[in-house]
Write a new protein. Structure first.
Length: 152
């Protein structure tokens, strides 16, 4: 999706502004979670996150010269905010930036360990691998529903 939550940009606003210049994109969803006490952006299956994917998809269909949208299966992964809060316009943990519960029990695996699981248990690795497979299935289903709603 044409959005950069890690840069504190409101997703729907970013899509609205960039849609006329978008010829290709990857479509994904995010939530903000805490890794210990640090807020981080966490990729989740499309439709499971805090981004208004319905509105973003509609904006791309209506305003972009785009003919294809790729699914980005960025579940599970987390990333630190790349700039200081407010730099991209967002200053509060509300809306798409509301802090949510992490997708996995932090006692099993912490958010910043999702993408590079170097020293985790086999149990945690199995949970992550199964979540990735199921996340792809949910993302495909969600994107197909948006396609059917806006492109038929």
């Amino acid at each position: 999706m044409v959005t950069r939550m890690m840069a504190w940009e409101e997703p729907v606003e970013a899509v609205d502004k960039l849609a006329p210049y978008t010829y290709t994109t990857h479509f994904k969803d995010h939530i903000v979670v805490l890794h210990d006490d640090e807020p981080v952006v966490c990729g989740v299956p499309i439709g499971d996150g805090s981004i208004d994917i319905d509105k973003c998809f509609r904006l791309l269909v209506e305003k972009a010269p785009i003919t294809r949208i790729n699914i980005e299966t960025c579940f599970p992964y987390c990333a630190r905010f790349a700039r200081e809060k407010g730099t991209g316009g967002v200053t509060e943990f509300t809306g798409a930036f509301e802090i949510k519960e992490p997708p996995f029990d932090p006692n099993l695996i912490k958010p910043m360990e999702y993408y590079y699981p170097l020293n985790i248990s086999q149990e945690a690795l199995d949970v992550l691998m199964n979540a990735q497979v199921e996340g792809v299935k949910r993302s495909v289903k969600a994107l197909k529903a948006l396609r059917d709603k806006y492109c038929r």
